[in-house]
Design a protein around this ligand. Structure first.
Ligand SMILES: Nc1ncnc2c1ncn2[C@@H]1O[C@H](COP(=O)(O)OP(=O)(O)O)[C@@H](O)[C@H]1O
Ligand SMILES: Cc1ncc(C[n+]2csc(CCOP(=O)(O)OP(=O)(O)O)c2C)c(N)n1
Ligand SMILES: [Mg+2]
Length: 360
């Protein structure tokens, strides 16, 4: 059968595409680079388009900051570890985090719900209880959506926020000499997920980090108000996401391992899992910490204020350097250097997302 007849799915052309048993298909990052030419360039009506945590759209006088992230059963959560209520919370939180990383203020969301036929109505109500609780927490309105039948639960939330386009903080803009500020801790969500899946006893803070992440809106605003040069939220992992900042800003980034905010339970989890703790910290992902490039003289005070505003740990964790050609992200630890760039979650890299990389 041919694709042109509409009777079958388009043929596999990439190694590893559906129907092709070979290695891995084109990765998430490479796929986006191929799609980019078809997307709108930045311009007066689109002050921030593709390539940042959220877009900024000029509406003639006012501006909206908009983002969409989906939560998928088996990819972002498993029913063994999360309730429907947790899933609803997480669907809101992951989007709130993207707006936080722009310095925006979330205002309203619409929800595309992919519901398997066997997911009962009361479970969907519980899912919406979780979304409503998160919406109340961050002061945003759930303003409608769409329902389709799917094989696994999918919750795709489009979130809008207020922003002054002139003050939107982008992934580009980090300058040599800036310090790297991290607000929020690293490694807990990945540790909670991995312990939980392995059936180990899982400390509550780790499980909570996986199930019900926080979006650091107040910290994001504080960082934006302080004139932060560049910012990103850590969803795929510190290495991969700093790689985006290095790439967008045309800089190199040094990360000081000993300064990273890591909860003590993460070291214990790595021990129990027989795993390099730095793979949880630098490649685990779903931390939803904010990492920002801040002028050196302000960095320590800006970190302190942003952390205090949310009641989360915050620290100066590295510095921005001149690029040496290729964007570079390097972890400095015990006198050793490890390449962190691209270390993190990629939806297409491995079949089992939990097998994905650690620092080498
Ligand atoms: N399917 C897509 N079509 C167009 N743009 C996309 C798509 N997926 C992601 N992007 C864009 O690519 C950039 C990176 O996306 P993503 O890795 O999902 O970022 P984030 O971690 O901030 O959610 C964003 O600017 C996003 O808008
Ligand atoms: C069952 C399960 N396996 C693996 C993970 C880990 N995980 C899934 S997606 C992801 C990265 C972030 O999600 P993504 O959809 O890429 O969000 P975005 O980068 O667009 O914000 C991670 C670390 C998980 N949460 N649940
Ligand atoms: Mg996304």
């Amino acid at each position: 059968m041919t694709g042109a007849s509409g009777a079958s799915r388009p043929a596999a052309e990439d190694p590893g595409a559906p129907g092709d048993p070979a290695a891995s298909p084109v990765g998430e990052f490479e796929l986006l680079e191929r799609l980019a030419p078809r997307l709108a360039p930045d311009g007066p009506e689109l002050p921030v388009g593709y390539g940042d945590d959220a877009a900024v759209i000029d509406l003639g006088g006012a501006a909206a900051c908009v983002t969409v992230d989906a939560i998928v059963e088996g990819r972002h959560f498993v029913w063994e570890l999360s309730t429907p209520d947790d899933v609803g919370w997480k669907a809101v939180a992951v989007n709130v985090s993207d707006l936080a990383a722009m310095g925006a203020d979330p205002t309203a969301a619409v929800v595309a719900l992919g519901r398997p036929a066997d997911l009962g109505a009361s479970s969907v109500e519980a899912l919406y209880d979780g979304m409503a609780a998160a919406a109340a927490h961050w002061g945003l309105d759930l303003a409608g959506g769409d329902v389709v039948r799917t094989d696994q639960l999918v919750v795709a939330l489009t979130l809008l926020g207020r922003i002054d386009p002139a003050r939107a903080v982008r992934r580009r803009g980090a300058r040599p000499g800036d310090r790297l500020v991290c607000v929020g801790s690293l490694g807990a969500a990945a540790a909670g997920l991995e312990l939980g899946i392995a059936g180990h006893r899982t400390p509550e803070p780790l499980l909570a980090a996986h199930r019900r992440p926080r979006g650091l809106v107040t910290a994001g605003r504080a960082l934006a108000d302080a004139g932060t040069h560049a910012m990103i939220d850590i969803s795929d992992g510190l290495g991969a996401d700093l790689g985006h900042v290095a790439h967008a800003s045309g800089v190199a980034i040094d990360v000081w391992g000993a300064s990273l905010p890591v909860p003590p339970e993460v070291w214990e989890a790595a021990d129990a899992l027989g795993k390099d703790p730095w793979s949880l910290v630098c490649a685990g992902g779903e931390d939803f910490a904010l990492v920002a490039a801040v002028a050196p003289d302000d960095a320590a005070e800006v970190a302190r204020r942003a952390g205090a505003a949310e009641g989360v740990p915050a620290a100066v964790v590295g510095e921005i350097l001149e690029s040496e050609g290729e964007p570079r992200v390097t972890l400095h630890l015990d006198g050793q250097r490890r390449d962190l760039r691209r270390l993190g979650y990629d939806h297409y890299r491995d079949d089992d997302p939990r097998d994905q990389g650690g620092p080498t």
